[in-house]
Design a protein around this ligand. Structure first.
Ligand code: SAH
Length: 256
């Protein structure tokens, strides 16, 4: 399970935090660290703070965007010190670890995403996540150091990975063996872009005043966690809608 989980740090400013994150991960048996457009370098301070978790730093994956870091993931969770934007599915670290164990048992790649030291994750970044995780800190002082937040999540993930602690990991997500794997972020994104294009074409979505429609559609589909076959079916439906709209359009042109 743990080798299917990547820890993703977005725009990290302090190299010490990258090192401390590597140490927190290695202590708990995780090894895959992704840095999205890091401001800090993996330098001497990072190595020192990693305290012999250098192998994790050596194998760090750097990406330009969050989308790239999560493209092949079937489950993406974003951590946040406070609740923001439109309501989004919210889990505790323990629920998150259970969900990750189920997703891992069903052969998915999993990403747990952490934000900037200064201002966390943006709403746009949080919307790319299936669910959000909040560590239930004191409301008056809710924000942890990012590496310490990583430590808390990695600890829960470790607990969920231990056989004695975990009855659900070998059960598939819905209590039975599922026939298709969950859609990856990239596949869901492709369907949502297709849907947006179709909704504009049929006049349901006004591109000049999109409001929150596509964010709400994204939230709906991420909550439903469609599998790859279901995404293919939805795309097939969209193609049929487009064709019908096109034919109606042509017919109207002939009549005019
Ligand atoms: N001042 C920022 C907090 C940044 S803390 C804000 O208000 O959003 C840096 C990162 O640590 C966060 O983006 C999140 O990934 C993690 N983090 C800190 N406290 C957390 C908490 N209570 N629950 C979940 N994640 C937390």
């Amino acid at each position: 399970m743990l080798n299917q989980i990547r820890i993703v740090m977005v725009n990290t400013t302090h190299s010490g935090n990258i090192g401390a994150a590597a140490r927190a991960m290695k202590n708990m048996g995780l090894s895959r660290l992704y840095l999205v457009d890091p401001i800090a370098a993996v330098d001497e301070e990072a190595i020192q703070r990693s305290s012999r978790a250098e192998d994790i730093l050596d194998n760090v994956v750097i990406t330009a965007t969050l989308e790239e870091a999560i493209a092949d993931c079937g489950l993406v969770v974003g951590t946040s010190a406070r609740s923001r934007s439109i309501p989004w599915p919210l889990m505790s670290p323990r629920q998150c670890a259970d969900r990750a164990a189920q997703a891992a048992a069903a052969d998915n790649e999993i990403a747990v995403v952490f934000g900037r030291e200064s201002r966390g994750l943006t709403n746009e970044e949080l919307h790319l996540c299936h669910a959000h995780v909040h560590i239930p800190t004191d409301e008056a002082f809710s924000s942890l150091n990012v590496a310490q937040a990583i430590q808390v999540l990695c600890y829960e993930l470790r607990l969920a990975s231990l056989p004695a602690e975990n009855d659900s990991a070998d059960e598939a997500r819905w209590g039975v063996d599922w026939d298709y794997p969950m859609a990856t972020h990239e596949q869901l994104n492709g369907m949502l872009q297709h849907m947006e294009k179709t909704l504009v074409e049929i006049g349901f979505l006004d591109p000049n005043t999109p409001k929150q429609l596509m964010s709400r559609m994204r939230r709906l589909f991420q909550r439903a966690a469609p599998d790859r076959m279901e995404i293919n079916i939805l795309r097939g439906m969209l193609v049929a809608v487009e064709r019908t709209a096109e034919r109606a359009h042509q017919k109207k042109g002939e009549e005019d």
